[in-house]
Design a protein around this ligand. Structure first.
Ligand SMILES: NC(=O)c1ccc[n+]([C@@H]2O[C@H](COP(=O)([O-])OP(=O)(O)OC[C@H]3O[C@@H](n4cnc5c(N)ncnc54)[C@H](OP(=O)(O)O)[C@@H]3O)[C@@H](O)[C@H]2O)c1
Length: 283
């Protein structure tokens, strides 16, 4: 398999924030699909934070991580990551708050829930940071947007670097825009790959064969663009010879900006939902 980053070797495994504070106990409440992907990415990079504890009601084990079913009744972790669904915040926050004191850095991956809403629920937290990762963090080639109080986003860079490309957002508006693109993006790319495959099947190809071909077409294109820093316009031009077959296909995608408009509407719908979640969390 190609397009995998080598295990991250830029940092020792006892992770530290930029300001030198050790992440010696690191609790994750809600360790499902997304937080689980982050744990997988850290494990893959040999960069699992020290003192990891996963808290999930089902008690389903998280590979290599101590797992409990409820937030411990005592202790104050140095890092507390919220990995629950936004709709669960008001159920979980009252149970978590007593454990989040001035020495705790709170990290939230909740879509749409703003720093002010988190601060209202965790008034004693040392600092609050929002992170918006996407699922390929499990392979070390994700995107993680960060925005936080004070210098907390910059301080958290070493934690997220093993997971892929880290973007420090200027403010929460930019963070939301990046989240709508990158956080949700793997789902949109998955749909495009599936559409390529379906079109191949409609043209008589075997479904199993075409699924792999569509996937490798996308992988190869992304790898080539990343390796050479080539723009997508230039890449498309290199494939399409004048008046050839690719140009005939591109004319359909480009007609009236059909694909651009469809994707813009897709991101706008995700952004609207983010605003709804933010409004619900503001109360
Ligand atoms: N999925 C993505 O691609 C993605 C991308 C960016 C951001 N996010 C954000 O990540 C967060 C989690 O999404 P997800 O897709 O990972 O959801 P998920 O797979 O459903 O995981 C939710 C986790 O919350 C736990 N949980 C539920 N009720 C709880 C409670 N009362 N106390 C403690 N833990 C509880 C679940 O426990 P069990 O494991 O025991 O069921 C599970 O571990 C969301 O806020 C979402 O906005 C997701």
């Amino acid at each position: 398999m190609f397009f995998r980053r080598a295990p991250y070797d830029g940092m020792d495994t006892s992770l530290r924030w930029h300001d030198g504070v050790s992440m010696s106990s690191f609790w994750i409440v809600g360790c499902g699909t997304m937080a689980g992907a982050m744990v997988a990415g850290w494990r893959r990079a040999n960069a699992l934070p020290d003192g990891l504890l996963a808290i999930r009601p089902s008690g389903r084990p998280v590979d290599g991580v101590a797992t409990v079913t409820a937030i411990p009744g005592n202790g104050e972790p140095t890092t507390f990551l919220l990995g629950i669904k936004p709709q669960k915040l008001d159920e979980v926050a009252p149970l978590a708050e007593p454990r989040v004191g001035p020495h705790t850095r709170l990290i939230s991956i909740l879509a749409g829930v703003e720093l002010a809403s988190l601060r209202a629920r965790f008034p004693r937290a040392g600092s609050i940071l929002r992170a918006m990762p996407n699922l390929p963090v499990s392979e070390g080639c994700g995107v993680v947007a960060l925005v936080g109080e004070g210098g907390s986003a910059r301080a958290a860079e070493p934690l997220f670097a093993p997971l892929g490309h880290v973007h420090l957002a200027r403010d929460e508006a930019e963070f939301a825009a990046v989240g709508a693109l990158a956080g949700a993006g793997p789902a949109y790319v998955a749909r495009f790959v599936a559409a390529l495959a379906k079109a191949g099947v409609a043209r008589g190809l075997d479904p199993d064969v075409v699924a792999r071909i569509a996937l490798h077409t996308v992988l190869g294109t992304a790898l080539m663009a990343e390796t050479h820093g080539e723009s997508m316009d230039s890449l498309a031009r290199r494939v399409a010879s004048p008046n050839g077959t690719t140009e005939a296909g591109l004319a359909v995608l480009d007609s009236d900006g059909a694909l651009d408009r469809l994707v813009a509407r897709t991101l706008a719908a995700a952004a609207r939902r983010g605003q709804e979640l933010a409004a619900a969390a503001r109360g």
